[in-house]
Design a protein around this ligand. Structure first.
Ligand code: FES
Length: 181
């Protein structure tokens, strides 16, 4: 299995190890404990992702095969194996949102944030793009289950419906302002 690219093998620093040890100690024996451990460790990372040194450490400490850890982290969309931006914007690429212009929203947002080229989406819920300055991550999802509000965009966990390109640009400007405060 190939390791994620933006990570370094080796052991996490002592502070991270202590944090992970604590999370494992509190979770051991609970149903779904591995998911909880991974979620807590990702949340503790300032860039909200799981690096390979953390995954290896968790595997060793929980006696879980590394291949199983990677299967879990690649199966669940909530886990990130690459550093995330300060702000995350999800654009729905489901059928209802596509019919109401979500591709245009995605393209205009990409241009607005200065991300030159979007690689092949590779599926409606697969795209993840982060600006080089680490301020924004754009992601796509297959459906938010809010199709009546199409096209739907989620900005930092806030769902916005019936968005057009201008309204989306305004929302992104507001997030930019937050960065400057
Ligand atoms: S298709 Fe976008 S919310 Fe369902």
């Amino acid at each position: 299995m190939t390791l994620p690219t933006a990570v370094t093998p080796g052991k996490p620093d002592p502070e991270k190890c202590a944090f992970i040890d604590g999370v494992i100690a509190r979770s051991t024996g609970r149903p779904g404990s591995l998911l909880g451990i991974l979620e807590a460790v990702q949340e503790n990372n300032p860039r909200k992702y799981l690096c390979s040194s953390e995954l290896r450490y968790i595997a060793a400490k929980t006696n879980t095969p590394l291949s199983q850890i990677f299967s879990v982290t690649t199966f669940y969309a909530l886990f990130n194996l690459e550093p995330q931006g300060d702000h995350t914007i999800y654009i729905c690429r489901g059928t209802a949102c596509h019919a109401r212009g979500s591709r245009n929203l995605l393209e205009s947002l990409r241009l607005d944030l200065g991300i030159k080229e979007a690689p092949d989406e590779g599926g409606a819920d697969k795209l993840t793009l982060t600006t080089p300055d680490g301020k924004f991550t754009i992601r796509t999802v297959a459906c938010f289950g809010q199709c009546a509000l199409a096209p739907v965009v989620e900005l930092d966990h806030r769902i916005c419906g019936h968005l057009n390109e201008r309204a989306l640009a305004r929302e992104v400007d507001a997030l930019r302002q937050e960065n400057h405060q």
